[in-house]
Design a protein around this ligand. Structure first.
Ligand SMILES: C[S@@+](CC[C@H](N)C(=O)[O-])C[C@H]1O[C@@H](n2cnc3c(N)ncnc32)[C@H](O)[C@@H]1O
Length: 281
C-alpha cells in the first residue's frame, strides 16, 4: 500500500469514526450520479476502504454488479465477510498504481467511483485517471472526491495542522519524521482539472467544505488513531503523549471555532471520453 498508513489494532474503530466524512461523501456521490446508477449494470469503487460507499451504491444501483478494490488486505477481508452470500458484490485486493484491466476490463464499467483516495496515489494521478477513463463504457461516468486543504500559518492544513499544533512541530519537522503532509500529496484543483479534462469527455465539479466536529477532543484523537494508525508517531515521544496532545489541540479548536478541521473537498463528475477523442493526457 502507499507510504505510511499501517492498518494495526489502533485502527479498529475506523468504521465508526470515519463516518464523520464518509456519510456526507456517499450522499454527494450518489446524488452526482443520479439516474446513471439506476441504469448501471457494472459499478466499480476504487479504494473502497470500509465499504460505506459500496453500501450506498448497491442501494442506488439495483441492477448492477458491484466491485470494490482496495490495497488493504484486512479491509477487503472484512468486506468479503460482511457481504458473504451477496452475489451482486465482489471485492479484490488491488494496488491502484497497477493496471486495472485484469479486474475491470477496458470499456466495461458504467460507473466508477473513487472517494478520498487520489492523494494516496501521488505522483501517479495521471496514470490512474487514464485507467479509469479507459475502463468506462461509452456513455459511462466516474465520480471522484478530492481533498484540497487550506494551509495554516504552519504551512500545513487539515489533520496535519492539528498534529503540528499538538506536537509543536513545523512542516520541516514533518519531513524529518518522515511524515508527508496530505497537502503535498494533493494536486491543486486547477492542475487536477487539467488532468481530468485530458482523459475524460465532460468534466464538472462542485466544492464544499467538510467540517470535522466530533463530540470532543478525545473523539478526534480516536479518529486520528483509527484513520492514521502510527503515521504521525515519529512527531511524538510515545503514543500516550500523542493522544493527549492531539485531544488537547482538537478541544482548543472546537472551543474556538466549533470544528477541529475545515477542509475543502471537491466532487468531480467525469463522463467517458467521446469515441473519437482518445485519451489526451
Ligand atoms: C481515506 S480512505 C477512503 C476510503 C473510501 N473510499 C472512503 O471514501 O471512505 C483511502 C483508501 O485508499 C486505499 N488506498 C491507498 N493507497 C492505495 C493504493 N495504492 N491502491 C489501492 N488502494 C489504496 C486505502 O487502503 C484506503 O482504504
Amino acid at each position: 500500500m502507499t507510504a505510511g498508513v499501517q492498518h494495526d489494532d489502533r485502527m479498529a474503530g475506523y468504521a465508526d469514526h470515519s463516518r464523520l466524512r464518509q456519510t456526507p461523501d456517499a450522499l454527494r456521490v450518489v446524488a452526482a450520479l443520479g439516474e446513471r446508477l439506476a441504469r448501471a449494470r457494472s459499478v466499480v469503487d476504487l479504494g473502497c476502504g470500509t465499504g460505506a460507499l459500496i453500501d450506498a451504491l448497491a442501494g442506488a444501483a439495483p441492477s448492477a454488479a458491484i466491485t470494490g478494490l482496495d490495497a488493504a488486505v484486512p479491509r477487503i477481508a472484512e468486506l468479503r465477510a460482511r457481504h458473504a452470500g451477496d452475489v451482486r458484490v465482489r471485492f479484490a485486493v488491488h494496488d491502484l498504481r497497477e493496471p486495472l484491466s485484469a479486474l475491470v476490463p477496458n470499456g466495461s464499467a458504467d460507473v466508477i467511483t473513487m472517494t478520498a483516495v487520489l492523494h494516496w496515489l501521488h505522483p501517479g494521478e495521471s496514470a490512474v485517471v487514464r485507467r479509469i477513463a479507459t475502463a468506462l463504457t461509452t456513455g459511462g461516468a466516474a465520480v471522484l472526491t478530492t481533498y484540497h486543504p487550506v494551509l495554516e500559518a504552519s504551512g500545513l492544513g487539515g489533520t496535519d495542522a492539528v498534529i503540528a499544533e499538538a506536537a509543536g512541530a513545523t512542516a520541516a519537522q514533518f519531513d524529518g519524521a518522515g511524515v508527508v503532509p496530505v497537502s503535498r500529496r494533493t494536486l491543486p484543483a486547477v492542475a487536477l482539472e487539467r488532468t481530468l479534462r485530458g482523459a475524460f469527455g465532460e468534466v464538472e465539479s462542485v466544492e464544499h467544505t467538510a467540517r470535522t466536529a466530533p463530540a470532543d477532543g478525545t473523539a478526534f484523537a480516536d479518529y486520528v488513531d483509527s484513520t492514521f494508525g502510527d503515521y504521525y508517531q515519529g512527531l511524538f515521544p510515545d503514543h500516550a503523549t500523542q493522544r493527549a496532545a492531539v485531544a488537547a489541540a482538537a478541544q482548543r479548536r472546537l472551543d474556538a471555532t466549533g470544528a477541529v478541521t475545515s477542509m475543502p473537498i471537491r466532487t468531480w463528475l467525469c463522463t467517458a471520453p467521446d469515441a473519437d477523442q482518445g485519451i489526451r493526457a
